[in-house]
Every structure is written in structure tokens, then in C-alpha cells.
Design a protein around this ligand. Structure first.
Ligand SMILES: CC(C)(COP(=O)(O)OP(=O)(O)OC[C@H]1O[C@@H](n2cnc3c(N)ncnc32)[C@H](O)[C@@H]1OP(=O)(O)O)[C@@H](O)C(=O)NCCC(=O)NCCS
Length: 176
């Protein structure tokens, strides 16, 4: 069932307090970090809002124009941190709409492929359905989160790279 139609818009500085209330990230300040990447010109931090109620955020994704930080991954823009929130909105077609809109944004900038990393089988099913190809490689997605005592935790998660051709053509699945 489709719960709502969504639009994408770039995050602004005025959104940051409300975003922390919407999907709290504690001392990691993930929304502010993604917005800083946008300010630096390397990303656009897209917010998905209800078409009928543009003040209501239902999802977010950072489109990293410079691609994935892991050097072994092929160069193309990366949809990083795709999420639909709160959880009761998941599985109602919003993520599918968001990916279609993100692909449009990448195509508009002249890109021929969009990539993303996936660690879990469940979202991977969605990406395969939407035409993303399991090209690989496997790589370590490295990030840091900061706990309530301001201690840093460095994480490296095994992740599979997938890509979708945006302007025709085919991509070969990689070796597992
Ligand atoms: C993954 C996610 C963005 C998809 O958006 P969505 O609006 O739920 O997806 P859609 O309704 O368009 O499509 C449904 C598919 O999404 C995936 N999905 C749905 N809920 C999910 C969840 N809680 N966690 C992971 N994947 C989920 C499944 O593949 C589902 O297909 P299925 O019903 O055959 O299992 C969203 O579920 C989410 O934010 N999940 C938690 C964070 C996450 O896992 N992000 C992916 C990072 S790679």
C-alpha cells in the first residue's frame, strides 16, 4: 500500500534541530555532518517530504557526488544512508519513490550510474527489484559514532557495492 507521495528537497541549516527530533543521532550529529558535506559541495543531503504536507519529513538520503569513500569501489555518485523514518512508514513504497527521485537527480547532473552499499539481505531485495546490479566489490564501510560519554566508536562493516545504469546499457553482476 502506498501511504503518501513524496518530494525530495535539499536540507537547509534551519532543518537541523527538527531533524534531530525526527531521527535522533545523539552526539554523532549525523544530520549536521551530512549537511556539512553539502555545504562543502561534495553531497546533497536530500530530505523526503510529503507532497501534500511539505513540512513533514519522512525520509533522508545523502547523495554523495564524489562517490563512495572506499577506494576499491568504482567511481559514480553514491546514495548513502537511505532511510525512511519513523519505522511505521517503512514498507509502504516511500523508499522506492525516493530512489526513483535520487536517480532522476543523478541523471540531471549528467551521471550514467548510481551506486549504493548494502549490508543486509532485506534492503538488498528492494535494490535488486529496482534494477540495481550486485556488481561488487565487497568493501568495509567505515564510520564513527559517538556515545553519550563522548567516546568515539570506530566501525568497519562488510558491505556489498551495487550499481544501477541510469541511461541504458547493462552492468554485469560481480563475483561473490
Ligand atoms: C530500506 C528502506 C529505505 C526502504 O524504504 P521502504 O519505504 O521501507 O521500502 P519500500 O516500501 O519502497 O519497499 C519495501 C522493501 O524495502 C525493504 N524494507 C522494508 N522495510 C525494511 C526495513 N525495516 N529494513 C530494511 N529493509 C526494509 C524490503 O526489501 C522491502 O521489500 P519486502 O517487503 O519484499 O521485504 C527503509 O525500509 C529503511 O529505512 N530501513 C531501515 C534503514 C535501512 O535498512 N536502510 C538501508 C541502508 S542500505
Amino acid at each position: 500500500m502506498q501511504l503518501c507521495d513524496v518530494l525530495l528537497r535539499p536540507c537547509t541549516a534551519d532543518d537541523l534541530v527538527a531533524l534531530e527530533a525526527w531521527a535522533p543521532t545523539g552526539n554523532s550529529r549525523v544530520h549536521a555532518m551530512r549537511f556539512a558535506h553539502q555545504e562543502a559541495g561534495t553531497s546533497t543531503y536530500f530530505l523526503a517530504v510529503r507532497r501534500q504536507e511539505p513540512g513533514t519529513v519522512v525520509g533522508s538520503c545523502e547523495l554523495r557526488w564524489n562517490g563512495c569513500a572506499a577506494t576499491e569501489v568504482p567511481r559514480c555518485p553514491e546514495a548513502n544512508g537511505l532511510q525512511v523514518w519513523p519505522p511505521d512508514l517503512q514498507s509502504h513504497g516511500i523508499g522506492t519513490q525516493m530512489l526513483g527521485l535520487l536517480e532522476h537527480e543523478a541523471r540531471e547532473r549528467g551521471h550514467h550510474t548510481l551506486g549504493l552499499g548494502v549490508g543486509d539481505p532485506r534492503p538488498k531485495r528492494l535494490y535488486l527489484r529496482l534494477g540495481y546490479v550486485d556488481t561488487g566489490p565487497d568493501y568495509l564501510d567505515r564510520y564513527t559514532w559517538i556515545d553519550e560519554h563522548h567516546r568515539e566508536h570506530h566501525v568497519a562493516e562488510r558491505t556489498r557495492w551495487m550499481m544501477k545504469p541510469l541511461t541504458g546499457g547493462r552492468l554485469e553482476a560481480g563475483r561473490l
